[in-house]
Every structure is written in structure tokens, then in C-alpha cells.
Design a protein around this ligand. Structure first.
Ligand SMILES: Nc1ncnc2c1ncn2[C@@H]1O[C@H](COP(=O)(O)OP(=O)(O)O)[C@@H](O)[C@H]1O
Ligand SMILES: [Mg+2]
Length: 281
């Protein structure tokens, strides 16, 4: 097919050879299948900010790093430069998250390049080599539903161990590739430690998985994996290969006295160290 205008510069740069077909025009992006030498890849073209929907809300962008204060001021004021900066931050967030998560062993499309507002990445394919379907378009047996649910919880744990909460995880943003589910669509991903809404988003992501797979395996609907995962994370105990139970007792009112005393000791030690440093300078 004729290349859309937004892909022309990538062809000129030699990053892609030809455009095979349009895959999707999603909420916030247009996605094309492209050829790069021997490979078939996927090109995601971000729509302009004005055509986008909810996810650039304050909740998601809270605590996102910007390059400098001029940029931050412009973004706050909403000037043209500010909007461009915000646009770039949004697109880069997806690229950053893909690199970070791929490195952490999370099953996401392998990123290849980011050029002129276009992300080039691995095309996730099914057994016959065609673009993989979204979970939403697939039916599962109860057994398959339980297996995929468990596998995706492990991916969520891996992401969290890498400091990332997806923030829009659902059956619409997970593809069923030939070797299992692959998580996509990450421009709204948030920093688990630095964003005050991270816990709410993590709980919602995990509840979406429960709701979807619970249609096929109703016993999943009674599980509390989200609360269990966040509790372990918060206490610094979460590990990549974490064994989970799906049960969670909220311990309202119970006080971890040992923990409080350790905090006090740590704070004292830090303060003593700080005073010592002050004396040295
Ligand atoms: N790497 C990929 N491999 C195969 N299909 C993809 C890939 N990335 C996106 N898609 C397809 O394009 C659609 C839209 O992409 P997505 O990243 O979810 O953007 P949007 O923000 O528009 O939802 C997805 O639902 C999926 O069908
Ligand atoms: Mg999507």
C-alpha cells in the first residue's frame, strides 16, 4: 500500500522498506504492519494530543520527569512549546517502559526504534504468523483462563519489581501471541514508587484481569491478588517469582511494632550520619 505521510520520513531514513497494511486505528494511535529488510514489524503512529482521550490525565503524568524547568513551566502553562514537550514526554514514556520491561524479562513487544513520533517494534504474531488477536477476541476454556490469568499475574509482579505499573491493563491491551500473552500499549505506565495513584492503578489492572478471566473460570472472581501483590510490594517483599495465594486479610488497626521501631532507629542513624557530614564540610 502507499505509505501514509507520517511514515515517509522513516522510509527515507531507511528504517522501514515498505508498508504492508494498516492493522488498527486505536483510541490513540494508528498501527501499521511494515517490512524492514527480512523482518515484518509493527509501526505505531501516535495521534495528536487533541485527538486523544483520557489517559493523559494528571493521575498518570504525576511525577513524570521532564528535562528542565523551562519545559515544566511551559507544560504547566499549556503553551505550544509546552504541548510539544508534553507530547514528547507521553510518547517517550511508552518507549522507556518497553525498554525497561523488555530488559526485566516482561513479555512486551521488542522495541526497535523511535523516530518522528513513530514507534517501531516487534509484530506480535499468532501460530500462522498473522498479527495476534487481542484477548478480548478469544474464547477460553476454564483451564486456559486459569493458566493465562496466573501467567499474567506473574508479568504484573515482574513489572512491579521493575518499578512499573501498566495503568491501562485489560483484555484490550494484551495480545495472544504464539507463545502466550504479550502486554502492549504503555504510554500511560506509571512509576510505582513515585506516583501516589500507583496503588489504585495496580489494583484496577489486576481487577481487570480477574473480571475478564473470571468469565471463563468463575472461581477467579473471589481472588484478591491485587491487594496481596501491593501489600508485598509495599513491605519490600515482592520478588519476581513470587508465589501468590489470591487471599488477603486487610490488617486494619494492627500495628507492626517491630517495623515502627526499626523505622525510628533508621531515621536516628540517618540523622546522626547527616550531622557528621555537616561537621566535616
Ligand atoms: N506490537 C504489536 N503487534 C501486533 N499488534 C499490535 C502491536 N501493537 C499494537 N497492535 C494492535 O494495534 C492496536 C492498537 O494499539 P495500542 O498500542 O493498544 O494503541 P491504542 O492506544 O490506540 O489502544 C492493538 O489493539 C493491537 O490490535
Ligand atoms: Mg490499546
Amino acid at each position: 500500500m502507499k505509505a501514509p505521510a507520517r511514515l515517509e520520513s522513516l522510509i527515507e531514513e531507511g528504517l522501514i522498506d515498505s508498508v504492508v497494511r494498516q492493522l488498527m486505528s486505536g483510541k490513540e494511535a494508528q498501527v501499521y504492519v511494515v517490512r524492514c529488510g527480512e523482518d515484518t514489524r509493527c509501526a505505531k503512529i501516535y495521534k495528536e494530543a487533541t485527538q486523544r482521550s483520557f489517559r493523559q490525565a494528571v493521575d498518570y503524568t504525576e511525577n513524570r520527569k521532564v528535562k528542565n524547568t523551562r519545559q515544566a513551566r511551559a507544560m504547566a502553562k499549556g503553551t505550544r512549546f509546552g504541548r510539544q514537550a508534553q507530547e514528547a514526554a507521553w510518547q517517550n514514556a511508552e518507549v522507556d517502559a518497553l525498554y525497561r520491561l523488555a530488559a526485566a524479562g516482561v513479555r512486551v513487544p521488542k522495541p526497535y526504534n523511535f523516530h518522528d513520533g513513530v514507534l517501531l517494534m516487534e509484530l506480535v504474531t499468532d501460530d500462522s504468523g498473522d498479527a495476534a488477536p487481542r484477548l478480548n477476541d478469544v474464547q477460553f476454556t476454564p483451564e486456559q483462563a486459569r493458566l493465562h490469568h496466573a501467567a499474567l499475574l506473574q508479568e504484573v509482579v515482574r513489572m512491579l519489581c521493575a518499578g512499573v505499573v501498566h495503568g491501562d491493563l485489560s483484555e484490550f491491551n494484551i495480545l495472544l501471541g504464539s507463545d502466550g500473552p504479550v502486554i502492549i500499549d504503555l504510554p500511560q505506565a506509571v512509576d510505582a514508587a513515585g506516583n501516589n495513584h500507583a496503588s489504585r492503578m495496580l489494583l484496577r489492572d489486576v481487577a481487570n484481569l480477574r473480571g475478564f478471566f473470571g468469565q471463563f473460570a468463575p472461581e477467579l472472581l473471589k481472588t484478591e491478588f491485587g491487594a496481596e501483590i501491593w501489600d508485598l510490594y509495599q513491605r519490600g517483599l515482592l520478588q519476581n517469582d513470587q508465589l501468590l495465594t489470591g487471599r488477603f486479610e486487610s490488617k486494619k488497626g494492627a500495628v507492626d511494632l517491630g517495623g515502627v521501631l526499626r523505622e525510628i532507629d533508621d531515621t536516628r542513624a540517618e540523622e546522626a550520619a547527616r550531622r557528621q557530614r555537616m561537621q566535616l564540610v
